[in-house]
Design a protein around this ligand. Sequence first.
Ligand SMILES: Nc1ncnc2c1ncn2[C@@H]1O[C@H](COP(=O)(O)OP(=O)(O)O)[C@@H](O)[C@H]1O
Ligand SMILES: [Mg+2]
Length: 309
Amino acid sequence: MKTLDHKKPSKTQELTYELKVEQVMRKNVTTLKPDSTMKDVRRILRNNKISGIPVVADDRLVGIVTIEDFIICLLEGGEIDGKVENRMTKNVVTVYSDEPIVQVVGKFEKSGYGRFPVVDRDNKKLVGIITKGDIIEGLLKKLEIDYQKEEIHTYRASHIFEDVISDNSTLILKYRIKGGEFKKAGEQTSKLRKSLLRLGFLPETIRRVAIATFEAEMNIVIFTPEGELVAKIQPDKIMVNAIDSGPGIPDVKKAMRQGYSTAPDWVRELGFGAGMGLPNIKNYSDEMTLESKVNEGTNLNFVIYTKKK
Ligand SMILES: Nc1ncnc2c1ncn2[C@@H]1O[C@H](COP(=O)(O)OP(=O)(O)O)[C@@H](O)[C@H]1O
Ligand SMILES: [Mg+2]
């Protein structure tokens, strides 16, 4: 086993939280209809050098046919003029265009599939397709852009804390979060992240704060009706308080275990609920406390010490 410095999430790791599927997916998808034939499959596989083709009826995804399906068709002596709908996989694992990449990476790991059709969360229409290759390409592109931006920021940042003389000056930022709003999940963390960037904190510090805050934000979105993030920023440390109005955690020790999750199935289908949120927060912060009362709410605090440039 490689020894990883867990307090130092990599830039790519942070980007997987920030990038959305729609930013890296391929939008021009070659599709088939249920009554297309296996001959069409052969032609498309050949010409487009792809390995899976979504099958669509009225803009809705109804299946996927892959190179394996084609080979099986041949091996079974199946008719090359036979309809695709008899050969395709109908229970397709899909992802939503607004999901963060980190969830898709998890789905790739779990499912072993090589590609996921991308559908719109609201109207369920097929809008793209995503492979591991697309993710890598998207990450590399974003890394390059961000690298340039961060360099510029380093020069332009106001570095206000460097001018602060008093020892106990605290900048307080506050963000409200509504439960159940999966579409907006991660937005408040993004705002905090941008403010920290402008304040001139080191990218590595910001990454740790962003990942821990994202997990806290997600827990409020998934498990509670509403909550609030308060970041207290001082030159030498960033303190984040995530507080919500229920339902509370009956067994905090258990909730802290890796892989422990009470997320319902539909939430897991969205790619959340891996039970790594609280362990990640503990990992990336320097101090963490979690207090919770059933039917009242949960109060999570974590501190990340900053390094001066
Ligand atoms: N703010 C919260 N309110 C109520 N329950 C929570 C809250 N945060 C976490 N939990 C509970 O702790 C468990 C573990 O949380 P976490 O480690 O983030 O994993 P996950 O979010 O993937 O389930 C959750 O499944 C849930 O039961
Ligand atoms: Mg969580």
